[in-house]
Each structure stands twice: as structure tokens, then as C-alpha cells.
Design a protein around this ligand. Structure first.
Ligand code: UDP
Length: 192
């Protein structure tokens, strides 16, 4: 279920519903994209129709930011809880470890994704991290080849917004990955 704020869709599903849908996508070999929506992105999208279209094309727009929650309440909508990008990222890692699914970390400065991987493995020792790549490599063919060779179920993309959203939509079709999530500065946060 979705609600719309100034033209931008936001999911009103709970964490449990989202997790179930996302892991169903993996089991059924579907591709889907998760983006985090906050008031800043909604405002950016007002002046950028391509960004608005792209955000609405995503399969799951999670309500990151209390502003979205307040707007839903004012509209008598049904969004109950904030779901931050980083919480979704950590929950997906936890669930991936539980179900034996693999993840790939792409983005942030050299060394950061590697450190984020170490922190994730401390939390979720069974997590399969298929690979990591920093976000400053310019060779797109190399990036796609590396991800495809690692063959992850879930790809987390930390290039900042909206670069990561554009990157995901442009490259999804070339990658044999099921789930794509744009995670902004999350690798920096968990690696520190
Ligand atoms: N980044 C990157 N490649 C770039 C530009 C940025 O990997 O060419 C990374 C940067 O190192 C940081 C993240 O993208 O880890 C952006 O974090 P920020 O907190 O700015 O994300 P946002 O606020 O856009 O969600």
C-alpha cells in the first residue's frame, strides 16, 4: 500500500510486510528497488521530474524521516512508523544471514565498505558478504562485472542521493541481482 506526498509515493507497509515481500522477490527471482523517502528528497523531486519518475518507479519507497510520518498523520494516512534507510539495510542483512542470502556493498570512500563488512560480520556472523567495492571507481564495466561475478542476492548502493538512485535504475537490467537498496551514508555510519 502506498500514499503520495507532493507527487512522490511512499509505502505504508510495515517492516514485517516489506521484509516478507522483499524475500519473496528473491525467492521468485524478481528484481526490485528500495529507495528511502524523506522531505528533502520530496522537495528535490519537485524541481526534477526525472527524479520524481525514478522514485515512483521504485518498488519500495520506505518512509525515512519523521516529516513523512507527520504528513501522513495530517492526511489521515496509515504510515505508522518511520523506517530509516539504515534500519532497513541492517534488517535486510539480519534476514539475509538467517535465510542464507548474500549481500554486496558498493559505495563510499576506499576502505569504508570493507570496514562496514567487518562490522556487519560482528553483528551477523552467518552473513554472506559476496563482495565490496568503493564508490569512486570510474570503470562502470568493471563495477558491473565484479558484482555479477560475486552474484549477490542483495546489492546495497551507497553513492549519495540522487546519484545512487540514478545508478540503480540505469544498471539494474545488466546485473543479476534481485534487490537493490540505495543506502546513502550508511556504510560511513556503521564502519565508524
Ligand atoms: N560517495 C561515493 N561516490 C561518489 C560520491 C559519494 O561513494 O562519487 C559516497 C560518500 O563517500 C558517502 C555517500 O556516498 O559514503 C554519501 O553519503 P551522504 O550521507 O551524503 O548520503 P545522502 O545524504 O545523499 O543519503
Amino acid at each position: 500500500m502506498k500514499e503520495t506526498f507532493l507527487g512522490v509515493d511512499v509505502s505504508s507497509s510495515t517492516y514485517e510486510q516489506l521484509n516478507k515481500q522483499i524475500f519473496d522477490d528473491i525467492r521468485q527471482n524478481r528484481q526490485s528497488m528500495i529507495v528511502a523517502i524523506n522531505p528533502e528528497k520530496i522537495l528535490k523531486a519537485q524541481d526534477d521530474p526525472d527524479l520524481m519518475e525514478l522514485l515512483n518507479k521504485a518498488d519500495y519507497q520506505i518512509p525515512d524521516g519523521v516529516g513523512v510520518l507527520f504528513a501522513s498523520r495530517l492526511n489521515k494516512g496509515g504510515i505508522q512508523n518511520r523506517i530509516t534507510g539504515i534500519d532497513m539495510f541492517l534488517t535486510l542483512c539480519e534476514q539475509a544471514a538467517l535465510y542464507g542470502k548474500s549481500v554486496f556493498l558498493y559505495g563510499a570512500k576506499p576502505g569504508v565498505a570493507e570496514q562496514a563488512k567487518e562490522r556487519l560480520l560482528e553483528r551477523y556472523p552467518n552473513l554472506k558478504v559476496a563482495g565490496v567495492l568503493d564508490g569512486y571507481i570510474k570503470d562502470e564495466a568493471y563495477i558491473k562485472q565484479t558484482i555479477n561475478e560475486a552474484n549477490p542476492d542483495i546489492l546495497f548502493v551507497a553513492l549519495g542521493s540522487p546519484a545512487q538512485e540514478y545508478w540503480m535504475i540505469d544498471n539494474m537490467k545488466d546485473l543479476n541481482v534481485n534487490i537493490f537498496q540505495g543506502v546513502g551514508g550508511s556504510f560511513d555510519v556503521i564502519s565508524g
